[in-house]
Design a protein around this ligand. Structure first.
Ligand code: COA
Length: 431
């Protein structure tokens, strides 16, 4: 690994410090040869002051125990009916698994606890079927969980709950993960699954908007363990958990790779536009100045000071990729001939590592829309090195500097940069 990679990783650390990640492990993942390294990844997250809650499922272990005892399960995923036999097998398998997991985490010198933090009640009769010993979560004891997290203790939540009458009820672990994440206002839920999510061409699905996740969960031939993650993941995003990830537990270092890289290695379900252009804030200025430095040195951009940016901060926009500024553009408005409003599209810049991914075009289109909303009839850009980009990719035409608003023309002459002048008429957007 080089220092550039390290810098890329470390940029995420401040934004996740003291934030809560709910990590939901499939039972099958806990049988994989690389499971010990996955637990080490959890230890790394914890060491970076990320507060981790672990939830786990036990489908595979319940099936194995049922086969060993020669009994038939009424259901193995905690969503359908749980009869007495299934409850007995499930409780035994889950208790065993809890003990193994706590032992493994303790061996990594992590402090763990298995709290009784879920108030549950019987799921009842659904579509005419009495679900018997299947439970639904009524409440999450957020105070108890937050107190543990504050003390650096990892709560481990098995898919079992207890009602007010002393009954044990079987739960679905995906539901546990999402209910806990919503209650604790977690930054992420990460489902570590038996397999990743792929499209029809066997390509990894890197991102899914909530609506698409919901649609995909309805597909009839889909794997039920994945559809449950899609369904609950979409619910979590709608209820305020910013990111839900589904990663393949077979992959080495999957947790760290998913969390500490822009593109990730699994599937991320997101509620908002994960790539978004937004208004710049004062707190963005240091990051923007640092992105600009290289282009200023290359003479592609005119230098700007912190004070100049601060004064016109309302004109600047930032393209954010999963919380990090990767590009910027500014829209300065002028009045020509005392009446016509025009805009300068300035300071267009995309971080070097993110070029050629359509971000430049997205920023220009956004800036043009802003200019349109501010009542401008045309836009212009001054460029020494990106004039072809404006002409070929964005439909600008080169013009004589005389077209510039008077005050801008004066500064243009004084700068001596001899930038090309590019203009574009703004057409009203289609209703
Ligand atoms: C110009 C800039 C913003 C483009 O950003 P980007 O995110 O790479 O752009 P996109 O991904 O949307 O578009 C890439 C396309 O534009 C082309 N392109 C990018 N910069 C170009 C340039 N200077 N001249 C000609 N074409 C260029 C690429 O070859 C690519 O073409 P393709 O799609 O046919 O392969 C970026 O290169 C940059 O930051 N440049 C330095 C600063 C600068 O000159 N800013 C303009 C001052 S106003």
């Amino acid at each position: 690994m080089n220092f550039e990679d390290l810098r890329g990783i470390l940029q995420y650390v401040p934004q996740f410090r003291e934030r809560i990640f709910v990590i939901a492990l499939d039972g099958a993942v806990m049988r994989l040869p690389n499971f010990p390294s996955l637990l080490q990844d959890i230890a790394v997250l914890q060491s970076l002051s990320i507060q981790v809650v672990i939830v786990f499922g036990a489908r595979q272990q319940i099936r194995e125990l049922a086969a060993a005892r020669g009994v038939t399960l009424s259901n193995d995923n905690g969503m359908g009916r749980t009869d007495q036999v299934t409850l007995d097998v499930s409780a035994d398998a889950i208790t065993r698994l809890t003990s193994e997991l706590v032992a493994d985490l303790t061996a990594l010198e992590l402090r763990v606890a298995v709290p009784n933090a879920l108030a549950v009640h019987p799921a009842g009769v659904i579509e005419g079927v009495d679900l018997d010993h299947t439970g639904r979560i009524e409440r999450v004891d957020d105070k108890a969980l937050l107190a543990m997290l504050k003390e650096g203790i990892i709560p481990v939540l098995p898919p079992l709950g207890y009602d007010g009458r002393g009954n044990t009820l079987r739960l679905n672990s995906d539901e546990v993960a999402v209910d806990v994440a919503m209650e604790l206002e977690a930054a992420k839920v990460i489902f570590v699954a038996e397999r990743g999510l792929f499209d029809a061409q066997e390509m990894r699905i890197a991102q899914l908007a909530v609506g698409d996740a919901r649609e995909m969960a309805k597909q009839k031939d889909a794997d039920p363990s994945i559809t449950s993650k899609l369904r609950y993941g979409a619910m979590a995003c709608t209820e305020g958990v910013p990111r839900v990830h589904i990663v393949d537990g077979n992959q080495d270092e999957v947790l760290l790779a998913e969390v500490f890289s822009n593109e990730g290695v699994g599937t991320m379900i997101h509620a908002d536009d994960y790539q978004q252009v937004r208004n710049a804030r004062t707190s963005d200025i240091p990051a923007l100045l640092s992105i600009m430095r290289q282009s200023v040195e290359d003479a592609a951009l005119a230098p700007r000071t912190r004070e100049q940016m601060q004064k016109r901060i309302g004109d600047f926009f930032v393209l954010e990729l999963d919380g990090n500024a990767v590009g910027t553009v500014a829209v300065h408005t002028y009045v020509v001939d005392g009446k016509t409003k025009v805009a300068e599209l300035a300071c267009l810049l995309v971080r070097r590592a993110h070029k050629n991914q359509g971000h430049g075009r997205k920023l220009v289109a956004y800036a043009e829309e802003m200019a349109r909303q501010r009542g401008c009839e045309w836009v212009f850009a001054l460029s020494t090195q990106a004039f072809r980009f404006f002409e070929e990719k964005m439909g600008y035409e080169e013009a004589n500097p005389d077209v510039l608003p008077e005050s801008r023309r004066e500064r243009y002459d004084q700068s001596g940069r001899n930038s090309r002048v590019l203009v574009k008429k703004l057409l009203p957007t289609k209703p």
